[in-house]
Design a protein around this ligand. Structure first.
Ligand code: SAH
Length: 221
C-alpha cells in the first residue's frame, strides 16, 4: 500500500470510479463537489495492487498497523456534512491512508491532518500521490489536543470513534464552523454534527450509525 512510485490510472479504474459514484448517489450523497472529488481520486493508489477492483467497492479496507481506509460512503457522508468551500481550513483527526484528506484537498480545502501512529505518518510521507496536494499539511501527534498553533478552523472532521466530543476540537472551531465526529464505543457510533454560531453557541445534531476504529489517547511510536 501507499507506494512511493507512480501507478497507472487507466480507463478500467476510471470506469469503476464512475460506478462507485453512482452507488454513492443512490445511497443519498448529493453534493456534486464531493462526488467529483471521489471520481477524480484513484482510490486504488491507496491499496495494494492486488486489490484494484476491491478499491472501488463501497467498503472499508485494512491498511497497515490495524487501521482502515474508511468506506467511500462514510468519506462522502462526512465530507457532505462539512459543506466544504474552497479555501476552508479543515482540521482532520486520523490521517490514516490520507484518502479522506485527499478528498478534502481536491475540493480546494487546506487540510491540517493529525495521525497518532508514527508508522502510518511515515508511510504517507513516502506516498507519491500525496505530492499532488501541497494543501495537505500533516502532523504526527494526538488528535485530542488538536492544533492550537493553527487554530481556529472552519471545519473539523474526526475519522476515528471518539468516546466523547473532544473539548479542544470544539474550542478550535471558528464561529460559524462545523465539526463532524463519530461518537460512541466498539459497538458503534452516532455521527454528530456540531455547529458553532456567530455568538459561539453550540448546537449538536445526532445523525446516522457508523463503525470506526477507536480514537486513542496519546501518540504511538
Ligand atoms: N481518514 C482515514 C481513516 C483512518 S482510520 C482515511 O481516509 O484513510 C482512523 C485513523 O485515526 C487511524 O489511522 C488511527 O491511527 C488514527 N487515530 C486514532 N486515534 C487518534 C488520535 N488520538 N489522534 C490522531 N489520530 C488518531
Amino acid at each position: 500500500m501507499l507506494h512511493s512510485k507512480p501507478r497507472e490510472d487507466n480507463y478500467l479504474h476510471k470506469g469503476l470510479r464512475k460506478q462507485l459514484v453512482q452507488i454513492l448517489r443512490e445511497k443519498g450523497i448529493k453534493d456534486e463537489r464531493v462526488l467529483s472529488a471521489i471520481e477524480a481520486i484513484p482510490r486504488h493508489f491507496f491499496l495494494d495492487p492486488a486489490f484494484e477492483r476491491i478499491a472501488y467497492e463501497d467498503r472499508a479496507f485494512p491498511i497497515t498497523a490495524n487501521q482502515t481506509i474508511s468506506q467511500p460512503y462514510t468519506v462522502a457522508y462526512q465530507t457532505q456534512l462539512l459543506e466544504i468551500k474552497k479555501f476552508d481550513k479543515v482540521l482532520e483527526i486520523g490521517t490514516g491512508s490520507a484518502y479522506q484528506a485527499c478528498v478534502l484537498a481536491e475540493m480546494g480545502a487546506t487540510v491540517y491532518s493529525i495521525e497518532r501512529q508514527r508508522a502510518l505518518y511515515d508511510f504517507v510521507g513516502q506516498f507519491f500521490f500525496i505530492r499532488n496536494y501541497p494543501n495537505i499539511k500533516r502532523f504526527y501527534g494526538d488528535g485530542y489536543l488538536g492544533l492550537p498553533t493553527y487554530a481556529p478552523f472552519d471545519k473539523v472532521i474526526v475519522t476515528a470513534a471518539a468516546p466523547y466530543v473532544p473539548p479542544k476540537l470544539i474550542e478550535q472551531l471558528k464561529p460559524g464552523g462545523i465539526a463532524v465526529i463519530p461518537v460512541g464505543d466498539d459497538n458503534g457510533q452516532k455521527m454528530l454534527r456540531i455547529t458553532k454560531d456567530a455568538e459561539g453557541n453550540i448546537k449538536e445534531e445526532e445523525l446516522g450509525d457508523f463503525m470506526f476504529v477507536p480514537m486513542l489517547q496519546g501518540k504511538n511510536k
